[in-house]
Design a binder for this molecule. Structure first.
Ligand SMILES: [Zn+2]
Length: 263
């Protein structure tokens, strides 16, 4: 049986300095000292079988200024470094509708956006009046996606779904009500793009959840789900960990510090 194998790229587009205590419910581990534990921001590209799938869209320079993040490049410029033309991308997976994952959708005019039913319910529903749940959403991003629903450009999924041979989506929840992760076939086996199912390696490896969360129980269950979906713990890619750039190689010298290859 021949299975399509994908090249998988992580593209860093932004950075944010913060303390370790901000990345775990309850702060740092007992006996540990607080220290710097910055976030990197990524979008991901899958390429195989004549198909390109973009996973998440990042945010704009204007949003970075509004939110106090360090913007390094437009995610579309990162994609262009890999000869991926955002104008012709057909499939974009939105893992969830937080501002750092769904901005820039207007730069993908040919795309269908793949989203979980529950994520749209959450982002337009009763919890968004509470900053603890709504704070990482931008209303204009959410409204923009609603407009694309009416334009027939959003494909909704309810739970697990196959997007293409070798690429599947899996509802995890936890961080948000409808967070989904992406499982992709590669030459080294099944890789799982966890997005914010685990911001850092430490969240899932030490079962210490990130503090922006809809359901702590689902988030912790999700760590087990990630392990079940991936061929090994080393096949799980956290959503915001700067270690990803250290653990994986750049596809070429000129892309060092910007892009790594995960397959
Ligand atoms: Zn998020």
């Amino acid at each position: 049986m021949s299975v399509v194998q994908y090249e998988v790229y992580a593209i860093k587009y932004a950075h944010h300095e913060r303390r370790a205590s901000e990345n775990f419910i309850g702060g740092v581990a007992p006996d540990a000292h607080d220290g710097p534990m910055p976030l990197d921001y990524f979008v991901w590209l899958l390429r195989g079988g004549g198909r390109e799938v973009v996973v998440d869209l990042g945010f704009s320079a204007a949003m970075a200024a509004k939110r106090g993040r360090e913007h390094l490049r437009c995610p579309t410029d990162g994609l262009r470094l890999l000869n991926c033309d955002p104008l012709s991308v057909k499939d974009v997976v939105i893992t969830h509708l937080h501002y750092d994952h769904v901005g820039n959708f207007e730069l993908f005019p040919a795309a269908t956006f793949h989203l979980q039913d529950r994520e749209m319910n959450y982002a337009t529903g009763r919890h968004m009046g509470q900053p603890v749940f709504g704070g990482a959403y931008e209303v204009e991003d959410v409204v923009g996606m609603v407009r694309r629903v009416y334009a027939g450009r959003v494909r909704f999924h309810d739970g697990d779904a196959e997007l293409a041979p070798g690429v599947s989506l899996h509802l995890i929840g936890g961080h948000t009500m409808g967070l989904q992760v992406v499982r992709v076939a590669t030459r080294r086996g099944w890789v799982v793009l966890a997005s914010d199912a685990s911001h850092f390696y430490a969240n899932m490896e030490e079962t210490r959840p990130f503090p922006i969360v809809y359901s702590v129980a689902d988030m912790v269950e999700g760590y087990g789900r990630l392990r079940a979906l991936a061929d090994s713990p080393g096949h799980i890619i956290p959503g915001h960990d700067p270690l990803v750039l250290e653990r994986y190689p750049a596809p070429s010298r000129d892309l060092e510090g910007i892009v790594v290859r995960l397959d």
